[in-house]
Write a protein that binds this ligand. Structure first.
Ligand SMILES: [Zn+2]
Ligand SMILES: [Zn+2]
Length: 186
């Protein structure tokens, strides 16, 4: 189990890679065998932890899902109102805009890559993270070496495979560098 770095009370979520305040992560008290106790923070933000729990729930409870879909059908008005209320939240606006920007940047970027390119890359990297050399056979992120948002291409020459931890800390660093370059930090 790896963790992203906690810096200035913030950590990058291992799933969505967004840098978030520690209060956005579930935490628990942890006591070492020596009896020292400290607080540990989950590596996924609350939103992602919740989404993951839900995904697992739906996978394991397809019957429950069918029941809930049945309920939703019968209560369509309620569901519609709930969705509208969610969309009205400033957080949902922000999330929507964030993903919208990524989608737009992706469609603007030149080039494309295939599953074969990823397989080749995996072989070239011998199944290891390009940054820390840990195995990425189980989970990995495909990273754009030069971020698409910064004009990077979406083809195989601009790709590397990173483990989730390195990918998230890279994004963390870029975000800080970016902010500094724009004179917003320090
Ligand atoms: Zn997250
Ligand atoms: Zn790594």
């Amino acid at each position: 189990m790896g963790w992203t770095v906690i810096k200035d009370g913030r950590r990058a979520c291992i799933t969505c890679c967004e840098s978030k305040a520690l209060s956005d992560f579930y935490s628990y008290r942890y006591t070492t065998t020596q009896g020292k106790s400290s607080r540990r923070y989950d590596s996924r933000c609350r939103d992602c932890a919740r989404a993951r729990r839900l995904a697992r729930f739906y996978r394991d409870h397809s019957r429950a899902l069918a029941v809930s879909q049945e309920w939703k059908k019968r209560n369509a008005e309620h569901v519609k109102a709930y969705a509208a209320a969610y969309r009205a939240l400033p957080e949902s606006r922000k999330a929507h805009n964030f993903h919208q920007r990524i989608r737009q940047a992706k469609s603007r970027a030149s080039g494309e890559y295939s599953q074969q390119d990823i397989d080749d890359l995996m072989a070239k990297q011998r199944g290891k993270c390009a940054a820390c050399r840990k195995s990425v056979r189980k989970t990995f992120h495909v990273d754009h070496i030069l971020a698409i948002a910064n004009g990077g291409a979406n083809d195989k020459h601009n790709l590397q495979i990173l483990c989730p931890y390195c990918n998230c800390s890279k994004q963390d660093k870029d975000a800080i560098k970016w902010a500094q370059e724009n004179g917003r930090l320090l």
